[in-house]
Design a protein around this ligand. Structure first.
Ligand SMILES: [Zn+2]
Length: 256
C-alpha cells in the first residue's frame, strides 16, 4: 500500500500578506484528503504543487475536512464548490466532494455559503448545500474512515467550534492540531503521531511558541509549525517550521 504523504499548501494565518492560509493535501492509498480550504485555494494548491513538483489540482480532491468556520480555513469552499458543481453540469460522473465537519460546523455552514451559492444553477429551484457537497458528520472521539484512512477528531478551545485531527493508516500517523490555544490534553491527543503539525501564533486563541518550546525534545523533534505570523522568527525555537510546497512522507518520518 502506498504510504501517506502530505503537501503543505499554505502556512500563514488570517492576516498573511505574503502567503496563504494554513492547509494541507494528504495523499492516501485511495485518494486525496484536503485539510482546510482557505481563500484562493486553487492558486494556493497550484503554487504549492508546482514548487513540490507534484502535479495535483482540486479536481482530484474528493474529501475535505474543514476544522472550523474562520475564513482562513473555509473561505475556499465557495470556489471549490462552484468549480466542482459546474464541472458536473457537463459531466454528471464528476463526483460530489465529501465535506467532513462536526455537527456544529454543519449546522451553520450554509449560513456562510448561501448568500453566494443558493441562486439556481442549472436547475429552476434554489441551490442547496447538498448540491455542492456531500456533508458527512465527524463526531469528536469517534473514528471515521476517510479516503481509506482513519480519522479521529478532538474539539479544541479555539473561540468557535474547532477540531484537531489524528489521521492514521497501517504505516503511521499524522496529527494536525487545528487552531487552538495551548492545551496539554490536546498535545496528549496528538502525541502518538509520527508527524505533529501544530499551529503557533499570538493571541489568546492560539498557541504561543514558548509553550511548544517547553515540550520534551522527543515531541519537538516530531513537531512541525504552521499557522505562523508573517514575521515569525525561526530562531526562537528548535521546532522546524513548514513552508508552502513542503512534502512530508509519512513512512520516512516513522523511520527517522
Ligand atoms: Zn481560527
Amino acid at each position: 500500500m502506498r504510504p501517506m504523504r502530505l503537501l503543505i499548501i499554505g502556512v500563514g494565518d488570517a492576516f498573511t500578506r505574503v502567503g496563504f492560509g494554513s492547509s494541507g493535501l494528504l495523499e492516501t492509498a485511495s485518494g486525496f484528503l484536503l485539510i482546510d480550504c482557505p481563500d484562493l485555494i486553487h492558486r494556493a494548491l497550484h503554487e504549492a504543487a508546482t514548487r513540490a513538483g507534484w502535479p495535483v489540482d482540486a479536481s482530484r480532491i474528493d474529501d475535505i475536512i474543514v476544522t472550523h468556520l474562520h475564513g482562513d480555513h473555509c473561505n475556499g469552499l465557495e470556489s471549490f464548490g462552484f468549480a466542482r458543481r459546474i464541472a458536473r453540469l457537463t459531466s454528471p460522473t464528476v463526483p460530489r466532494p465529501r465535506l467532513h465537519v462536526t455537527a456544529d460546523v454543519a449546522a451553520r455552514l450554509w449560513e456562510r455559503l448561501a448568500p453566494a451559492m443558493q441562486a439556481p444553477l442549472g436547475e429552476e429551484r434554489d441551490s442547496r448545500l447538498d448540491d455542492y457537497f456531500d456533508v458527512r458528520i465527524l463526531t469528536p472521539g469517534v473514528e471515521a474512515t476517510i479516503a481509506g484512512v482513519t480519522v479521529t477528531a478532538r474539539t479544541t478551545r479555539h473561540p468557535i467550534p474547532t477540531i484537531g485531527v489524528m489521521i492514521t493508516d497501517d504505516d503511521g500517523g499524522l496529527a494536525w492540531s487545528g487552531d487552538t490555544p495551548y492545551e496539554e490534553a490536546h498535545i496528549e491527543f496528538l502525541s502518538d503521531a509520527d508527524v505533529i503539525v501544530h499551529e503557533s501564533n499570538r493571541g489568546i486563541a492560539h498557541t504561543p511558541i514558548e509553550s511548544l518550546n517547553a515540550l520534551p525534545a522527543e515531541l519537538r523533534r516530531r513537531m512541525r509549525l504552521i499557522h505562523l505570523p508573517d514575521d515569525f522568527d525561526p530562531a526562537c525555537t528548535d521546532i522546524r517550521r513548514l513552508h508552502a510546497g513542503d512534502v512530508i512522507e509519512l513512512s520516512h518520518a516513522r523511520k527517522s
